[in-house]
Write a protein that binds this ligand. Sequence first.
Ligand SMILES: [Zn+2]
Length: 283
Amino acid sequence: MLEFLYAGTYWEHAEDKRGILPSEKLYKRYVERAEPRTDEQKERDPVMVNVRMFALADKFGIAGLKKEVMKKWDGYAEECLEQRPSAGKTTVGMERRARAVMGSFQRLMDAAEVANDLVPGSELAEKILRTVAQVAPWVSRLQNAEKYKELMVRLGGNSELALRMFDLTCRASDEFIQVQSQRQDRIIESKLAVRETGEKIIDRLHAAACDHSRFRELRCPPHTCSRSRVGYRANVAEPAFDEDDGVFQWCCKNCDESWDADEIMPGLSDTQRASSDDDEDDG
Ligand SMILES: [Zn+2]
């Protein structure tokens, strides 16, 4: 703490490692093991150092030090735990995040227990707990059976921690459901776009097959390549799939120009629709 008062920041390192190892490496050196960590390992862990710093800052009312701790936590979380906001917007990002959190499980749970004990309800305690709560659906999966057991034991012995974890898990589940349903919506929308544009293309090819003289209409529209010397045949617009937009369209192999599926020649259903509209007008 004195270090912070003099320098405006502090080292998370043990005395003998100061100035030798950059802080970033200290966080990244962590390796998740099956056996529990020793008290000394826990104590030296930079994440735990931050928790103790935060508790001190809280005790003595030093807002600047709390801010500094949060800055260090946020940096670590972004760098090592995939906590960038964008990671929580897709299921792929969420899975990556879950792998990162599971790879630091003991470290996070040790820190969460101490933070929840020393500074319950604080910004730091909540953020640490939330990183675990966010990945709850993955903790319970079979390949993490040991971690799940460990979590149950830890929560079983600490009702305050269990209550906070449950609350945050419910909130995280809600976010998870929202991301899932948005993903489903996007998949459905893209399938509909493929189908709709594909039908328009087929409809136009069908119209030309029924009336060969209409093949002429599948030419690249005159304003783009009518003056080309390559000739009429090369100017035919062909159906193509646009990978970027996920739709079928027409593409001229001569000038590379492309058009939406309904921009070239009215299809059979378009003309049928038009004539049935006329019928309705007549009636
Ligand atoms: Zn063209």
